[in-house]
Design a protein around this ligand. Structure first.
Ligand SMILES: *[C@@H]1O[C@H](CO)[C@@H](O)[C@H](O)[C@H]1NC(C)=O
Ligand SMILES: *[C@@H]1O[C@H](CO)[C@@H](O)[C@H](O)[C@H]1NC(C)=O
Length: 243
């Protein structure tokens, strides 16, 4: 029997602490800004002096309906991982294949009907199934995000938006590709490749048969982290196996 549970709704609102961590991370960007000061722009001297304001305010580019991106992720808990992200809106799935540094290869298959599968292969293979009650991010999930300004990150001049204290999203000014996004809990993702139109074969996105037949492991996947909910713009809690 696989574990199938719904997150505790009481845990959905405590997002303040993580956003502070994220702002600390962003503050190191002051240094890069000082190295590359845009010469035609004034400082926004309010809360984020490293950001420059742009008029009129740009809007984020919607995600392509299908793309593949290789992400370098810093989980801040001294752990790093790569992710093969296969976003596929027409097929209603968002796939992350995580290579944890010198660790396991973890598949995370998120379906638009709210079900997510997490599984590994090999001798210690394990599988868990969650029902998050919400679908995958829409291509326009950044609509309504607050524009914060222009800043250099990862060596790219980017526009930066923030949405509901949940995500900080950096888009390259020139190519309008995503460069980086940070979640409220401090996890940062850096976009290394971005292939528009690339599609993961259905066979790879299909959870293995043992997910449907064997017991789940209650001790597995301790590093599972936030599953985002851009549909209703409300963060999900870290899944808990103790409920
Ligand atoms: C990961 O993030 C933490 C916290 O922002 C930072 O101290 C650390 O240097 C980062 N590690 C790498 C390898 O980027
Ligand atoms: C959601 O879709 C996936 C893939 O088709 C399926 O395996 C899963 O059972 C579905 N979940 C629900 C709750 O219908």
């Amino acid at each position: 029997m696989t574990i199938f549970l719904t997150p505790n709704p009481k845990m959905t609102t405590n997002i303040g602490y993580g956003s502070k961590i994220t702002f600390q991370a962003i503050s190191v960007l002051i240094f890069f800004f000082l190295l590359h000061p845009p010469n035609h722009l004034a400082f926004d001297s309010n809360n984020e002096p490293w950001l420059t304001t742009i008029e009129p305010e740009p809007t984020p580019t919607p995600w392509p309906e299908q793309f593949h991106a290789l992400l370098y992720m810093n989980l801040t808990s001294t752990h790093l991982q790569l992710s093969d992200l296969w976003y596929d809106w027409p097929n209603g799935r968002n796939v992350n294949i995580f290579q944890k540094q010198l660790g396991e290869l973890l598949y995370d298959i998120e379906w638009n009907n709210g079900t997510s599968f997490y599984y590994t292969f090999g001798a210690d293979a394990e599988c868990q199934i969650y029902d998050f009650g919400v679908g995958i991010p829409r291509p326009d999930f950044l609509d309504g995000a607050q524009y914060l300004g222009r800043v250099v990150t990862d060596g790219f001049l980017c526009d930066l938006w923030e949405k509901v204290d949940f995500i900080w999203y950096y888009e390259d000014v020139v190519t309008r590709r995503p460069v980086r996004w940070d979640f409220y809990d401090g996890i940062s993702s850096h976009v290394m490749t971005f292939e528009i139109g690339a599609v993961l074969p259905d066979s790879v996105a299909q959870a293995p048969a043992y997910c449907f037949t064997e017991p789940g492991d209650k001790n597995g996947f301790s590093t599972l982290y936030v599953v985002w909910d851009f549909q209703r713009i409300k963060p999900h809690p870290k899944p808990s196996l103790d409920e």
